[in-house]
Design a binder for this molecule. Sequence first.
Ligand SMILES: [Zn+2]
Length: 330
Amino acid sequence: MTQVQTIRGPIDTAALGRVLVHEHVFLMNMEYTQNYRADFFSEETVSRAAAKLKALKAAGIDTIVDLTVLGLGRHIPMLAKVAARTDLNIIVSTGLYTFDEVPGPFAFYGPGLLCDAREPMIDHFVKDIVEGIAGTTIKAGELKCAIDVPGLRPGVERVMRAVARAHLLTGAPITVHTAPRAETGLVVQRVLAEEGVNLEDVIIGHCGDTDDIDYLMRLADQGSILGMDRFGINFTITFEERVRTIAQMVKRGYVDRLTLSHDCACWSDFFPSVEAYNTAMPDHHYLHIHQQVIPALLEAGVTREQIDRMFIDNPRRHFEAAARRFAARS
Ligand SMILES: [Zn+2]
């Protein structure tokens, strides 16, 4: 029996059910929101978010992994308010999202820096997983970092190695935001493997943004799970290309390496209002996979059983295998 931390406490992995592995409840530049978006801290934001998550649960999804970490505006008090109003399991994450430098609190504090110390991010992430986030008892169940087109910048590498160490100390699995057009998933695999991470414990995020089957097979052949996780964002790649790529990967025997998600949010300051978000990306909402993607996958020859492998079995294995390996090491 393996347990996973959710915002309402630990649950058995058997209770994860259908999982969307890469979502956000809220997504923001916290400084901007604190200064300019008073509407975020409102009852309306909470009730609208709760309604969206309830509709998702009613559509058959049991769990989401909220990958909002430092750098993306994680706000535990608001998240907890929403979670209290829905039966959906929400797995909270820790880690840091940057494409380049580390933020101020870590810029001068660390190995060889002005305030010379053992890498503080490791303890920070471990504490979020083992004790709770920011003085709460809400524990993170997933680690997250990022590498985009600029590649392995010094700050990005520092975060990635700290995430790897925190994973080895806790057994929490890892998701990494990557940029397929720069093939940064391969860099992730190299760095994490150097740190001793089993690549099966890693979801390479945003693999759905490419139809480069060779690249996807190279990643999957190393054991990692691929996040086909940006359904509803149709400007880097079309909906049809996203579906066709998954069908192609399934056909080639990679169904055990695929997960599905949207990477969407109930509220984000990346758009001036919720209405502007909906207008800019009308398909980018929590029900898109149920309403459009599943029928299209079935049409493309993917079976219901294979879709359940992607929704249920693969996310469950992501948590169970990492915990099992951690127990074997301890
Ligand atoms: Zn995301």
